[in-house]
Every structure is written in structure tokens, then in C-alpha cells.
Design a protein around this ligand. Sequence first.
Ligand code: ATP
Length: 448
Amino acid sequence: MDAVQKITSLCKRRGFVFQSSEIYGGWEAAYDFGPLGAEMLRNIRNLWWKEFVHKQPNIVGLDSAIISHPRVWEASGHVESFADAMVEDIKNNKRYRADHIIGEYFEKKNGEEFNADGMSLEELDILIAENNILSPDGNKLSKARKFNSLVEVSIGTLEDAKATAYLRGETCQPIFYNYALVRDSMRMKIPFGIAQIGKAFRNEIKVGPFFFRTREFEQMEMELYVHPSDAENQMAKLKSWAIDWLVSLGIPEDKLRLRDQDFKERAHYNKIATDVEYRFPFGWKEFQGLHYRSDWDLSRHAEFSGTNLDYTDPVTGEKYVPHVVEYSIGLNRLMLVLLFDAYVEEEERVVLKLHPDIAPYRYAVFPLLKNKPELVDKARLIYNTLVTKGYNVAWDDRGNIGKRYYSQDEIGTPYCITVDFQTLEDETVTIRDRDTASQRRLRIDELG
Ligand code: ATP
């Protein structure tokens, strides 16, 4: 089994992630997060919100509608140009992203990374023809053409009056069109930020591996409104802040890198675009973007809506369109990074060495024997106390203690607490550490 298969199998077996609609044969590129996956996502969301909203006096949150006025996506440029170049296998009509198929061809041939993202359709066609690049099934490929990624929905109650709208392609557009409402209602002064966590949808041509790229996913985004002269400075600060936060989650720095996109790759409105990449078993891949988006978004929304979105500096009186510096990370993709990073195989066990604040359970409580009511009652008491303190706690009274430890190791529970006969005498328990497997005795009132 390769690394992706191992993680996929563990996620299913232990209730982290399931293929969506499995009993109907599954639905491509859609996943459901099971009980432990839901806990992990919630923990990541909460940590992110705490860091990027609660701890920041100049950043506030937003929770906007997924389906907005369709003009929003015209203004943002998505209706016209949110598209990837696609090629089709001319025999079986399977579709591929042209930049991916070309990149994979050259990586195999030269053993080096090759980035075809941002090339024109003509350039892609030439590369495919000159190198005789075929589909994974060995067939010829069609010419490259653009494929829009916005997901359309037909909405309304009357059949003939239904409007075509879009599921949001990114969470930041509502942050832009709500800019003045948030600024005025919250009396925000530049520089200030608006953050949002929520679902985004893209009709991706190529999906996977596992839930790395899906058509429905969650983003955690923060848009900073700044004076144009301050933008590069804010961008530099954001880069080190982004890395510091990832490292605080336990991701080793040598598995992270910042990569500046070159001119061709960048969306035209981005003056600077830096990807944060992680070294997955399947290569260095982006899981976060930091972008200096200039005044593109606010200027376009001002133009399309006819609303003045200028900012007037309360001290100098200067009037200008704020520039935007963006932090954007995929919640699910970050979860995948954390799972790959935590997964360790040791001699007789598999361990998920997740940061304690991210692990689905903080503690597991075990009564040594399940047929001794005095042990079970005492263990229940400890379990309830820890839950009351705000921890998510697992309970296990089956089989031998060693097996229970291994079972918790595999889902990343940092600490297992065993209640035994000595507990009844001296109010101490055994606490066992996931990473070192070492055990010590602790007084019950020292827990939590
Ligand atoms: P990619 O090149 O991987 O398709 P992107 O450059 O289009 O990503 P952005 O638009 O910058 O991505 O989105 C910011 C983040 O949102 C990405 O770094 C990623 O973590 C997440 N993301 C984007 N598309 C998807 C997807 N289809 N599935 C899961 N996460 C995604």
C-alpha cells in the first residue's frame, strides 16, 4: 500500500473520512467527514478563528451566503475567465487538466518539476504535439480548450422565472462586496481585515488524490484592506505569520516552502502570488495562497454595482480605493497535510502524532475491568469531569489495555487514563503518553 492508500484506509476504518454516497456506489470527488474527521475540522477551524480573528483587534469575521447575486461573479471576473485549460482523450472522452498532464509527462521524463500552469492554449497544444504526449490510457489528446469552473445553480420557485446563479467559487468575494458595510458598522480603520470560513465550489476537471482536490471544499480566508504604499510590507508580514501559525500546529518547517508564482501563472489581478507548499508523499503541493490582489476587487465591485467603495483617511483626508492582501487556505487540504504529517508507523503500532489541540479526542478514559462497577463508576466520574472542563474524551472498556492504547494511538489521542484498583485507594490514575508510550501515575485532581 502506498502512503495515500494507507491514509485513505485509516480514515475510513476509524471514522475520519468516507467516500460520499458510498451505499449508492460513491460520488466522484465528494467526501463526507465522519465523527472523528468532523472533530478534527472543528478543532482546526477554531484554532484558525482564534488566531486570525479573536487575537487580532483589527480583524473581524463574516459568515456570508453561499449563493449571492450573479453579478458578483461577473464583477469578480469568474464568469468570464475562471477557467482551466482542458484536454480530452479522443477515444474515451476522459478529461484532464492540460497543465497537469504536461507537467506529469516532463516530471517522468526529466525527473524534475515542470510547471505548465498559466500557459496559453496554443503553447499547451505545441508542447503536447511536439512531445507526442498521450492520455494515461495511451490515446491521443484533443486540442486544449477552456473549461469554466464555476458551478451553476438554477434557483427560484417558479420554473420559468428561475434565475441562474452560482455556488461561490471562493469565500472572499462576499468579503469584498460587504467591505463598506463591515467598515461602517464596525468602525474599522485601515489597515483592517475581514475573515471568513466556509464552503466553496469548483467544477474541477482533475480531482484527488483522496480529498486533496474536490469539487466542494472549505476555505479559511482573510482579506486585509491596506493603503497601497503599505501593501508589500503587509504581504511580507503575512508570509511569516502564515508559516509561524503552521509551525505552531506541529508541521516541521523543512516540509514547508514558499513559492512565488511567476507572471504567467498568476491571476492577472495579482501583483504578487505566493503559494505555501507542503512536501506530500506525492510531491510538493500548494495548500495555501498569499496574494497581493491590488485594488482589483473593490474597483470591480464599485464599477459593477455603482457603489462608491473609496476609503477616506480620517486623519489626512486622503481618498483612495484600498488595496487587498489576501490569506487563503483550504481547510480540508490543511487537514490532509496534518494527517500525512502525523502518520507514523512504528514496530507494532500506527500512531497519528497530531497536535493535542487538533486530535479528535484529548483524552481516553479506561476502567481496567468492565465488570467491576467500582472501577467503571470511578472512571465515569473522571470522564465527566474532563468533559465538563471542555475536552472531548473517548471511553473504552473493551479488551486488554494494550489493545486499547493502540486503538487510541491510531486516531491520535494524546493521553490515555486508566483507572485501576490503586485509584480506589489513593486517587491516582495511570496516564500514558501517545508519542513516547511512557506511563506515570498522576493524582486525579492534576488532570486536565
Ligand atoms: P489549485 O491550483 O490547487 O487548484 P488554486 O491555486 O486554484 O488551487 P486558490 O484559488 O488560491 O487555489 O485557493 C486557495 C486554497 O484553497 C488552495 O491553496 C487550497 O488549499 C484550497 N483549494 C482550492 N481549490 C481546491 C479544491 N478543488 N479542493 C480542495 N481545496 C482547494
